[in-house]
Design a protein around this ligand. Structure first.
Ligand code: FMN
Length: 403
């Protein structure tokens, strides 16, 4: 986030139901020290007011192409000339189509036409619009011309349907902005395909109940998000986590440990690096066909538990040229147990995560972890956000195993 300080960003907003998210994007950028100039299409101004954007950015918000307030200046030219980056978030099908075909009939599209900075587009629209061949072709055309995209994600859309088309999470958009600014870190993972597992698994007990754990998916998602920003191809296999997953190269949603095993097995050969951050259940239950009844007269109920296949141990047995990174969550003897897992599963590195009163690894908050490598290194990190841990982890993996 430090790299945002002093950067000049033009934030284009278009007539999407997600236009209100532009306020959060602007406010995040401003808080990180960036100078943000909001440019609304006239239709965007029907969803979010220029007053809101002006108040957040502390700068005049541009809407009307012919409202040349600054004497002797042509706003659409001076605004982009002074900028480091143009971001359009959210971007409608309409604006994507206009830019792809050289139409410049309002302040935003005219300004984009004059831009010599990178242009980042974060589309948001109904699934049928997003998959419409005309929109698909327009997006392809823009990508071929060098426009950058933060792909929309799957979710419940304003029209009530569920599918791909929802604006990418604000954190993903900010990550993409940071990666495109001058002086940004390099795309040092370009060409590397990495398989990341995240979230908990659910093991059914009967048709209405399951065994699971507190994993929120946030650690795996932070790694996936950072790996995308570093230019990796990311395959994300995720259990049913609460958090919204980032846009990645391939996303596979699973429920049970067995489904996660199969999804990982199928993709192992095509991925150089595996980072297993999922909290895979060690046990599955024998699943009852019908809802289990309470035992008579207060007798204890019994569940028969079976061990699930240890996914990482299986991968470690046919390691080949892979780089394998695991996570160890322990409530006692953290380092010793993490070392045992590192060795026993034939891993290159393990992230040891203590779960106690001082450190809660679950959820969006910070954690204290240490990286243990097969070569005997032991790197204890201070309390850090999951995003920072993800950055440190990717840097270490890159420096040790990919250089
Ligand atoms: C309530 C409502 C929500 C809309 N949401 C979207 C949307 O999310 N994405 C999109 O591409 N178009 C959406 N539209 C359609 C656009 O507003 C319409 O195509 C408009 O011409 C876009 O103008 P602009 O691209 O110049 O901002 C929506 C329209 C309405 C009335």
């Amino acid at each position: 986030m430090d790299s945002l300080a002093g950067k000049r960003i033009v934030l284009g907003v278009t007539g999407s139901i997600a236009a209100f998210k532009a306020a959060e994007i602007a406010s995040t950028l401003v808080r990180a020290g960036a100078s943000v100039r909001a440019v609304l299409t006239p239709n965007a101004a029907r969803f979010i007011t220029p007053v809101t954007m002006r108040a957040i950015t502390a700068q005049e918000c541009l809407v009307d192409l012919f409202d040349e307030t600054a004497e002797g200046q042509i706003s659409h030219i001076t605004t982009v000339e002074e900028a480091d980056l143009v971001v359009i978030a959210p971007a409608t099908a309409n604006v994507i189509g206009k830019i792809a075909h050289g139409i410049a009939d309002d302040m935003l599209t005219t300004l984009v036409m004059a831009a010599r900075t990178p242009v980042l587009v974060a589309p948001a629209m109904n699934t049928y619009m997003w998959t419409n061949p005309v929109v698909v072709a327009n997006v392809e055309r823009l990508k071929a011309l060098g426009y950058q995209f933060v792909e929309p994600v799957e979710g419940r859309l304003a029209c009530g349907s569920v599918g791909v088309g929802k604006l990418a999470p604000v954190e993903d958009i900010i990550e993409a902005i940071v990666s495109l600014l001058p002086g940004a870190r390099t795309r040092d993972w370009a060409g590397v395909r990495v398989l990341i597992t995240a979230g908990p698994t659910r093991e059914p007990i009967d048709p209405v109940r399951f065994l699971s754990n507190y994993s929120s998916g946030q650690m795996g998602y932070a790694i996936a998000r950072a790996a995308m920003a570093h230019g990796a191809e990311v395959v994300l296999v995720t259990g049913p986590a609460e958090a919204t997953p980032p846009a990645v190269t391939e996303m596979v949603r699973v429920e049970t440990a067995d489904q996660m095993l199969r999804a990982v097995r199928d993709r192992y050969d095509s991925c150089k690096v595996v980072i297993a951050a999922a909290a895979v259940s060690d046990f599955s239950a024998r699943t009852a066909q019908q809802k289990m009844k309470k035992p008579e007269s207060g007798q204890p109920a019994r569940l028969e538990l079976h061990q699930t296949t240890d996914i990482l141990a299986e991968l470690g047995q046919r390691k080949g040229e892979h780089v394998l990174v695991g996570f160890a969550l322990e409530t006692e003897d953290l380092v010793q147990r993490a070392r045992e897992k590192l060795k026993g599963k034939n891993l290159d590195m393990i992230v040891a995560n203590g779960a106690d009163e001082e450190n809660t690894p679950f959820g969006p908050g910070p954690s204290r972890v240490r990286f243990l490598t097969a070569d005997g290194e032991d790197i204890a990190l201070p309390l850090m956000s999951k995003q920072e841990i993800a950055e440190q982890l990717l840097t270490l993996i890159h420096d040790r195993y990919l250089d």
